[in-house]
Design a protein around this ligand. Structure first.
Ligand SMILES: Cc1cc2nc3c(=O)[nH]c(=O)nc-3n(C[C@H](O)[C@H](O)[C@H](O)COP(=O)(O)O)c2cc1C
Length: 196
């Protein structure tokens, strides 16, 4: 990988890599999302990248989950995408904002009904008595909606990671991997090469 081969806009470059990954990598949209609480204690989990444009990277989740709680305390995050088959890694860091209700609703409507029911039924990240506790919650939600439209829950929605740093990494067999990091300064991006 060299500087000339990369787009000047790192979000466009990420989209190009993502398109390639989608052709050959199962679950290419899965990314590790790291957040931290107000004391700086970190936590990480996988979420799906569900939208990428010039504003940043969108993902959707339960707004009462641990990650959402941490994002309220500390609205910054880092994500990592790794495509082993392509020998590529992308690291993104930045501030996190909530997406609009319209955007969350538009995404919610595209989800399969079973995922919508699960979204209502699951008090994500809270303790459950046992598996039957969850099954009972699902049955209760199914009965409540009774075959009708399953609306967006008030406790569910999306976030957008607004990047201020995006690093592209490519594998080299001799371990002298290539790393090029873009740093945002205002509306422009600058670039630097990092040692592997
Ligand atoms: C492949 C994969 C994709 C996932 N996608 C999402 C997602 O898009 N949104 C989500 O809330 N959780 C997703 N999860 C579940 C999360 O990893 C996690 O268990 C959950 O969000 C609770 O995390 P938290 O307690 O840190 O908030 C996914 C898990 C895997 C393995």
């Amino acid at each position: 990988m060299n500087e000339e081969g990369l787009a000047t806009d790192p979000l466009a470059q990420l989209l190009a890599w993502l398109d390639e990954a989608r052709e050959s990598v199962p679950q290419a949209d899965a990314m590790t999302l790291a957040t931290a609480d107000a004391s700086g204690r970190p936590s990480a989990r996988i979420v799906l990248l569900r939208g990428i444009d010039e504003r940043g990277l969108a993902f959707f989740t339960n707004l009462t989950s641990r990650k959402a709680d941490e994002l309220r305390q500390n609205p910054r995050a880092a994500v990592v995408l790794h495509w082993w088959e392509l020998g590529r890694q992308v690291r993104v860091e930045g501030a996190v904002v909530e997406v609009s209700d319209e955007e969350s609703t538009a995404y919610w409507k595209r989800r399969p009904r079973a995922s919508q029911i699960a979204g209502w039924a699951s008090p994500q990240s809270q303790s459950l008595a046992d598996r039957s506790d969850m099954d009972a919650r699902v049955a209760e939600v199914e009965e409540r909606f009774d075959g009708g439209e399953v609306l967006l829950p008030p406790f569910w929605g999306g976030y957008r990671l607004v990047p201020d740093s995006i690093e592209f990494w490519t594998h080299q067999d001799n371990r002298l991997h290539d790393r090029i990091r873009f740093i945002r300064s205002g509306a422009a991006w600058s670039q630097e090469r990092l040692a592997p």
